[in-house]
Design a protein around this ligand. Structure first.
Ligand SMILES: Nc1ncnc2c1ncn2[C@@H]1O[C@H](COP(=O)(O)OP(=O)(O)OP(=O)(O)O)[C@@H](O)[C@H]1O
Length: 223
């Protein structure tokens, strides 16, 4: 079984005085698996995602993401690895408001320079799946509705065909019907990728292959 994520004896604290620490003794995610990760506020979901994407380091134990030990390489290499292999979707989408939809998507391609550029056919497939019309691609992101921004953010995360997609509470601004539609859209467009999707909302778990409660994952490992 090829692994996308392989964790053993992972331990992380923000600093010596921090009351919070994240410890996972053993956790594996296979390539292509669609994973739902939930847990209450403050349980460490964003901290774990930041470790998985190499945004933070300074942990002890083993953490391999797509067979790469992100702590063993330089910050610049980590940034390049993230741009080329990981697509990220955040709660606030992080689009640049003065750029249009297309330019926001192209930014991801710019940062991933060195990887094979997406073909026009793949770009068009993403636009069709995510219902991104030409007028929307030409519209400034700052003037888009939340749902439109979200679809642009997904296109940006998928355009480099990353092996791993990390989504941190990307549905919190949507009502429940749009939430389900959004997840189906994301999972069908990212069918070849491993997806780690984080939310407080357990009712979304049914869309995924496997679900983890982060608090239980930590406790189970301690017992
Ligand atoms: N940069 C930081 N420096 C120090 N402590 C931090 C930092 N970021 C987060 N923490 C602490 O780490 C703990 C876990 O936070 P984290 O954001 O990972 O939780 P979460 O499960 O994602 O929460 P939420 O669902 O509310 O977003 C919290 O106690 C938080 O205060």
């Amino acid at each position: 079984m090829e692994l996308a994520i392989n964790v053993s004896d992972l331990h992380f604290s923000w600093n010596k005085n921090s009351s919070f620490s994240l410890s996972i003794a053993d956790w594996q995610v296979s390539r292509g698996q669609k994973v739902f990760l939930y847990g209450p506020s403050g349980s460490g979901k964003s901290t774990l995602l930041n470790l998985l994407s190499g945004v933070i380091t300074g942990y002890t134990g083993q953490l391999k993401v797509l067979d790469q030990n992100l702590q063993a390489i330089s910050g610049a290499k980590r940034d390049r690895f993230r741009a080329q292999h990981i697509g990220m979707i955040f709660q606030q989408f992080n689009l640049l408001p003065y750029l249009n939809g297309l330019q926001n998507i192209q930014l991801a391609q710019h940062f991933a320079s060195g990887s094979v550029p997406a073909s026009q056919a793949f770009f068009e497939q993403i636009c069709t799946n995510l219902q991104l019309s030409k007028p929307l691609l030409n519209q400034a992101a700052g003037t888009m509705s939340v749902g439109q921004q979200q679809r642009i953010a997904v296109a940006r995360a998928l355009i480099n065909q990353p092996e791993l997609i990390i989504a941190d509470e990307p549905t919190s601004a949507l009502d429940s019907e749009l939430r389900d539609q959004f997840i189906q859209l994301l999972l069908s467009t990212a069918s070849a990728s491993t997806v780690i999707f984080v939310s407080h909302d357990k009712s979304l778990a049914e869309h995924f292959d496997v679900q983890y409660d982060l608090a239980a994952l930590q406790k189970a490992n301690k017992s």
